[in-house]
Design a protein around this ligand. Structure first.
Ligand SMILES: Nc1ncnc2c1ncn2[C@@H]1O[C@H](COP(=O)(O)OP(=O)(O)OP(=O)(O)O)[C@@H](O)[C@H]1O
Length: 248
């Protein structure tokens, strides 16, 4: 497997707090790699440095071999990095299908500039329907987005991330706020995406992480203390001590 995202020796401090402390992590092409860590471990700060919302004090982030450490946030989606969740990307007044078609159109704007408008409008809707089918929302295509449940909005956000055809999907707590049934459905949806997309999953829900991840990295005080398969992480003494202690 080749490395898609390579983070090396990353540091970021806020005053006296080291939110990111000599953090190194690599995501391989095609894997679902989860990052877990207690509250305040530095997960949000890590994501911010991957999307370019914040910049590290030192260290490097490489994507497809290219150094993107200091690259502006707006340039990163063009390279193939899509972030989902914790940022609201849905336009509530528009239909479900129109939201997805808009995301497809934004993507086509970069790659198919010369497509004729009439043909593109029809094809956008067809491709939008196919994406909604993938996330189990086809029957809601014409509903106003505002009418959907929280769990359905989360699945719409997956469809929008898929629309970008990004090489790396950063999923930022997709389970947050979901009920038991909705969580089960989201796990099934992510399982269906697994292997077809490279995913970096930041998630608090341990059941989801251990059910889905190919590899898990454990973040404590801004530093990755262990990376391994779910069973390696379960058995890791440092992880049990630092993070899973109460459950182990
Ligand atoms: N802008 C900031 N100014 C000062 N301190 C910050 C800032 N952003 C983050 N921190 C501190 O850095 C540390 C890591 O925060 P971060 O939000 O990245 O953790 P987290 O793992 O995402 O937490 P949670 O799971 O609770 O959202 C915390 O101690 C936090 O208080």
């Amino acid at each position: 497997m080749s490395v898609l995202l390579d983070i090396s020796g990353l540091n970021k401090s806020f005053g006296g707090i080291k939110a990111t402390d000599n953090l190194s992590l690599s995501v391989e092409q095609g894997e679902l790699h989860a990052v877990i860590g207690p509250n305040g471990a530095g997960k949000t700060t890590l994501i911010s440095q991957l999307t370019g919302m914040q910049f590290p004090d030192s260290g490097t982030v490489r994507f497809k071999g290219q150094d993107i450490t200091g690259m502006a946030a707006h340039k990163r989606p063009h390279l193939g990095i899509a972030r989902s969740f914790q940022i609201t990307s849905l336009i509530m007044q528009m239909s479900v299908l129109d939201n997805v078609a808009l995301a497809l159109q934004a993507r086509d704007g970069h790659s198919f500039r010369f497509l004729r408008p009439a043909r593109s409008a029809h094809s956008l809707r067809e491709r939008g329907r196919a994406l909604l089918d993938r996330v189990g929302l086809l029957e809601k295509a014409d509903a106003p987005t505002a009418a959907l449940s929280h769990g359905e909005h989360r699945r719409m956000e997956i469809a929008i991330a898929l629309a970008s055809e990004a090489d790396l999907m950063l999923l930022d707590e997709p389970m947050a706020g979901l009920g038991a049934q909705e969580s089960t459905e989201m796990i099934e949806l992510l399982r269906a995406l697994k292997g077809k997309h490279t995913i970096l999953l930041i998630e608090h829900d341990m059941d989801a992480v251990f059910a889905l991840a190919d590899r898990i990295s454990v973040l404590v005080y801004g530093h990755i203390i262990a990376t391994g398969t779910p069973s390696e992480i379960r058995e890791n003494d440092a992880v049990q001590h630092a993070y899973l202690g109460e459950e182990a």
